[in-house]
Design a protein around this ligand. Structure first.
Ligand SMILES: [Zn+2]
Length: 94
């Protein structure tokens, strides 16, 4: 019999709200709350952001994401090493 605050409701139903699986009347109440509540607006923005990333990944349909990730990490690592070695040499000469 504990009353749920509007913020709790939004947090609990955020996923369903974004999927339009919440009853129209309740969805309207929750959306109105989000419009006035900074905390819930932040939560919704974060949820929307995560969903966008997931959607983009799915759309890209990478054949082997772990492989790609490893390649990106290696290239970043190499770039960093090159920078460090260059800096090292110039310091030695100067
Ligand atoms: Zn709130």
């Amino acid at each position: 019999m504990s009353e749920e605050s509007a913020c709790d409701q939004v947090q609990r139903l955020l996923g369903e709200l974004l999927d339009c699986e919440v009853e129209a009347v309740q969805a309207r109440v929750l959306r109105e709350h989000v419009a006035h509540c900074e905390l819930c607006a932040d939560r919704q923005a974060a949820e929307v952001h995560v969903r966008q990333i997931v959607r983009e990944r799915v759309q890209q349909r990478c054949p082997s994401p772990p492989n790609l990730r490893a390649r990106i990490l290696v290239s970043i690592h190499r770039e960093t090493l090159t920078r460090i070695s260059k800096t090292g040499k110039s310091t030695r000469n100067g």
